[in-house]
Write a protein that binds this ligand. Structure first.
Ligand code: FES
Ligand code: FES
Length: 161
């Protein structure tokens, strides 16, 4: 099958890649760029584990074809850290004990990052509704919600996507 060339901006760098027409964004991130922090759960748009930020919005990378993101800017969990400093969301998820098995965590954090980017001071209800798109079998959501509230407060509008 003939490959197609795409160029994508991921975590601050441009990549030129050859992809098959059916390759999904999650495949390209994990298999070609070795960014395995983005998880695949259901593969059907139901669990949110594969959430990344695409041009400032939270998207499900299992539902997007790589050819659809040609020219776009993508942020994954690996790109959140600021130099040697963890991102406020990463710090808050740790300090608030919001991580148990951790499988949902990258997706939750990337959903929260897009939320805070678009709404710097989200209230608890808004955060809870936002995180309901990310299935978590372990935490019961209270601690992740507290973590996002804390991170939004700590960030004071200083966001990156
Ligand atoms: S793996 Fe993408 S929504 Fe579940
Ligand atoms: S921490 Fe285990 S699924 Fe969320």
């Amino acid at each position: 099958m003939k490959k197609m060339d795409i160029k994508i901006h991921v975590n601050g760098d441009w990549y030129e890649l050859a992809v098959n027409s059916g390759d999904r964004l999650v495949d390209v991130l994990r298999d070609q760029l070795d960014l395995t922090g983005t998880k695949e759960g259901c593969g059907e748009g139901e669990c949110g584990a594969c959430t990344v930020n695409l041009d400032g919005k939270a998207v499900l990378s299992c539902l997007i074809l790589a050819v659809q993101v040609d020219g776009c800017t993508i942020l994954t969990i690996e790109g959140l850290q600021r130099g040697s400093e963890l991102h406020p969301l990463q710090k808050a998820f740790t300090s608030e004990s919001a991580i148990q098995c951790g499988y949902c965590t990258p997706g939750m954090i990337m959903s929260a990052n897009a939320l805070i980017y678009n709404e710097p001071e989200p209230d608890e209800d808004t955060i809870r509704k936002n995180l309901s798109n990310n299935l978590c079998r372990c935490t019961g959501y209270d601690r992740p919600v507290k973590a996002v509230l804390k991170a939004a407060k700590d960030m004071k509008g200083d966001t990156n996507v």
